[in-house]
Design a protein around this ligand. Sequence first.
Ligand code: SF4
Ligand code: FES
Length: 164
Amino acid sequence: MRRTYRGRDVEVSFDRDLCIHVGACLAGLPEVFELHRTPWIQPDAANAEIVAEVVRRCPSGALRYRRLDGGADEQPASPTTVTPLRNGPLLLSGALQVTLPDGTVDSAPRATLCRCGLSANKPFCDNSHLRSDFTAAGARLRIPSSPVRRSPDQPIAMRDDPRD
Ligand code: SF4
Ligand code: FES
């Protein structure tokens, strides 16, 4: 479920079900994104332009933003690209229309879609590939060290994620 965190100049929303625990948010702007704080996102703790730039680094689209200060909202990349990630999901970027199992359509600028077949949240990746022997060629995703990913192969479990 997507939850919204409203600041003065920018609003950030987060859907934990889409997060693949890359940690680009926590590593990129720790004053705004803090795993064990409530609320875990404080949009006013940095300049709105920088908050927006870090949100756009979120590969899964779990994070999105809306500018409240007249600044430009995110423009989907064009052309749309699909990049297989090594031993992991498909990374999509563009003006996406993702049809969910209940038939609703989610418009998203970024998404990571399961290609191992094991996700419990299809069509999205939920990191189940890391607990399997799934191997496939693809690009390497840079994964910074962060509180949700102490090492590249070991994200925290969804049940241990305190964010909501
Ligand atoms: S996918 Fe990565 S950058 Fe996006 S919310 Fe999850 S931890 Fe943060
Ligand atoms: S590719 Fe990540 S769960 Fe299938």
